[in-house]
Ligand binder design. Structure first.
Ligand SMILES: O=C[C@H](O)COP(=O)(O)O
Length: 258
């Protein structure tokens, strides 16, 4: 097996296979759940809007895929400063059975110089997850667009109890970047290496996935890169990974692709 094929196989097992579109429907989510199973292993999770959590759990169970986690999003994608609303959405998601909640950090507040709202929002959403769900905090690093703010948001999310920190919603102009990932991973290494990392948004090729996996491995060690602590959030990466692995039913990558 070539290096790119071994990375592609690894990336499938690390993936939060995502559908967060306005036209999502039960049919779309049922198809997403089916794609979570591949000939090269299953994805770590599917990530869907809160109204599809119960349906995704049922679909995965009916496919014999109950080991695939169901993640959802709250305070998404706005990153509002309304703590109560974010907490209520998180409580509802947990009550629906979500294993993981990806909450958007109130990044507008941080950009305006207010750290307190982020600290409190993450703390309360973590309490809403309790022992039932993991909390992943989406910093929206492309909007923060400043190494100091990305580091500050990482510190505040970790100190308020985030289980993972995640780069992006996939809904803004700049999503996951290697430079933001480096800052976040370095902060995790310094403060709390048990915290997970999830680059998300714009990760489309095996080469993209390889770069994030290699970076995490360089900073936190190869043992860090398991689904317990590292995820790739992506809606269209799986097709490319399958093509790399020689799945002929997947569309061929373009010339020059990894
Ligand atoms: O959390 C995951 C992102 O929303 C996915 O972004 P993407 O559609 O660019 O892969």
């Amino acid at each position: 097996m070539s290096y790119s094929q071994s990375v592609a196989r690894q990336a499938i097992a690390l993936m939060d296979l995502t559908s967060l579109n306005d036209d999502d429907s039960e049919a779309v989510i049922a198809a997403l759940c089916e794609k979570a199973h591949t000939s090269y292993g299953d994805t770590a999770a599917v990530c869907v809007y809160p109204q599809f959590v119960a349906f995704a759990l049922k679909s995965l169970a009916s496919l014999g895929l109950s080991h695939v986690k169901v993640a959802t999003v709250t305070n998404f994608p706005s990153g509002s400063s309304d703590i109560q609303n974010a907490v209520e959405q998180t409580q509802l998601a947990v009550a629906a059975g979500a294993h993981e909640v990806d909450v958007v950090y109130p990044y507008h507040a941080l950009l305006a110089g207010d750290r307190d709202v982020g600290l409190e929002l993450v703390k309360q959403c973590k309490a809403a997850c309790g022992q039932h769900a993991q909390l992943k905090v989406i910093l929206e690093t492309g909007a923060l667009d400043n190494p100091e703010l990305i580091r500050q948001a990482s510190i505040d999310a970790i100190e308020s109890g985030a289980d993972f920190i995640k780069t992006s919603t996939g809904k803004v102009a700049v999503n996951a970047t290697l430079s933001a990932a480096r800052i976040m991973l370095t902060t995790i290494a310094e403060l709390k290496p048990s915290v997970g990392f999830k680059p998300a948004g714009g990760i489309r090729t095996t080469e993209d996935a390889a770069q994030y996996i290699e970076l995490a491995s360089d900073i936190l060690g190869p043992d860090y890169v398991t689904a317990a602590r590292f995820r790739l959030g992506a809606s269209s990466l799986l097709t490319h990974l399958l093509t790399t692995l020689g799945d002929n039913s997947a569309p061929k990558p373009k010339a020059g692709d990894y």
